[in-house]
Design a protein around this ligand. Structure first.
Ligand SMILES: *Cc1c(COP(=O)(O)O)cnc(C)c1O
Length: 435
């Protein structure tokens, strides 16, 4: 049963329910395509990480990687749950500040941060900047001197690991655009530059080795590699790290083939290795920082679509087109991401057919799912696609001039729009006439 893999239920009418509400009623009320989140699932995910650290008595920060899904309402929930926040741009930082997120719990990432982005971060005294490259050290140094301010920083390093996941989201290997390489001495040069600067507080190392990781092994290996470097600096220069940031990438269940580890298990294993390494090198235990994105937002959200045209190619394939596609979920077209779905209005009906779900953009690559088992499918059925809560809305685009879909939050039996559906006026609002 597909619903065994996703945190949603069937209701008495045989419809898909989300947070106790009938998804077909939500589709009717708000229109489709529609992103719907069960806020209680977001909260559970947050608590699995942060609560486990608390139970273990380990000092830690869990920073939600807001690129997965950033909106004011989302960041308000994240703030309520006591997480920290990662931003990678001025737009994400602006959203966080508009949401009232405490600046000292915001961390800024990016492999090409602009002067404007860094100035905004420094002006608002955010908690930490994760420095990616030598150019950025220079920019930060100038801004801090000019403004006579100070800033906490981590250095992002690439430990040279190639996790077993999709090639496009491997980032911790040596041939990567992100971070200082450990192997060739870049990280040592950066460390020495920071040691000579009293406006920059170098708190420790960061690595993010990739995404959709199902076990903790590669992350544990990265932790060990980072520790070896920190111990080396401790021995040579008397440096004591305060923070070890191991990044995000905790895998989630998109389809039944995905078998991610429990988040609390990840946290226990990471904590054990950090304690063991600190003891081995005779260093104080650093604060552990992690940065889950999809693991917080992914399985809490789904997308509802209305079925339109159906094309049967006998003996070949049934194409079923829906009223969205690569404009609201570009991941299948971008990196062949796999999803599961269900007919929300026929969620209890027996499977009768196998169909492939097409988007409505003018691209053959605009497919959402291949070979989805479904009951008898007809126009106007409501299709729900699961686990679209991360990198769905946040990667939405205006291709073919489709307005962006709305986002609805459901909690305690109530629904509330948290991002309005765009109008056609929104679509043309930046166009300037030329006549
Ligand atoms: C993308 C990213 C994350 C989050 O990745 P998920 O797979 O969504 O958990 C965390 N940290 C950094 C530096 C990232 O680039």
């Amino acid at each position: 049963m597909i619903l065994d893999h996703h945190p949603f239920d069937l209701n008495e009418a045989g419809h898909l329910a989300i947070g106790g509400l009938d998804s077909t009623v939500l589709a009717e009320k708000y229109g489709t395509p529609l992103y719907v989140y069960d806020v209680s699932v977001i909260r559970e995910n947050c608590r699995a990480f942060i609560g486990t650290f608390q139970e273990l008595g380990i000092s830690a920060q869990v920073a939600y990687a807001s690129k997965a899904f950033s909106s004011i309402a989302m960041l308000q929930v994240i703030k309520q749950e006591g997480l920290s926040l990662d931003v990678v741009s001025q737009g994400e930082l602006y959203t966080a500040l508009e949401a009232g997120f405490p600046a000292d719990k915001i961390h800024m990432h990016g492999n090409n941060k602009s002067v404007d982005e860094l100035e905004m971060a420094i002006e608002h005294d955010i908690g930490c900047i994760v420095i990616d490259n030598f150019h950025e050290i220079e920019l930060i140094r100038h801004i801090l001197e000019r403004k006579n301010k100070q800033m906490n920083v981590l250095l992002r390093v690439s430990p040279g690991i190639e996790p077993d996941t999709h090639d496009y989201i491997v980032t911790g290997n040596e041939d990567s655009k992100f971070g200082f390489n450990l192997a060739d001495g870049q990280a040592d040069d950066a460390f020495l530059e920071l040691q000579h600067n009293n406006l920059i507080h170098f708190k420790g190392l960061h690595s993010h080795i990739g995404s959709q990781l199902f076990d903790t092994e590669e992350m544990l290996l990265a932790a060990k590699i980072l520790f070896r470097k920190l111990a080396d600096w401790h021995e040579k220069y008397g440096y004591t790290p305060e923070v070890l940031n191991l990044g995000g990438g905790f895998g989630i269940r998109y389809t039944r083939e995905d078998k991610p580890l429990d988040y609390s298990e990840h946290v226990k294993k990471l904590s054990a290795v950090v304690q063991e390494q600190a003891a081995y090198f005779n260093l104080p235990i650093p604060e552990i920082w992690i940065e889950p994105g999809r693991a917080i937002a992914g399985n809490a959200g789904l997308t509802l679509y209305t079925v339109g045209s159906i094309k049967e190619i006998p003996g070949v394939r049934h194409y079923v087109s829906v009223d969205g596609g690569m404009t609201d979920n570009i991941r299948p077209a971008l990196y062949n991401a796999k999803y599961e779905g269900i007919l929300a209005n026929k969620a209890a009906a027996p499977v009768r057919d196998t169909v492939s779900i097409a988007g409505k953009c003018c691209e053959s690559g605009d497919m959402l799912m291949w070979d989805l088992p479904v009951p008898v499918i007809e126009s106007n059925d409501i299709l729900a696609v699961f686990s679209t809560g991360a990198y769905g809305y946040s990667m939405a685009n205006h291709y073919n001039r489709f307005p962006k879909a709305a986002v609805v939050f459901v909690e305690n039996g109530e629904d509330q729009a948290v991002v309005k559906r765009e109008t056609y006026h929104d679509v043309v609002k930046n166009d300037i006439s030329y006549e």
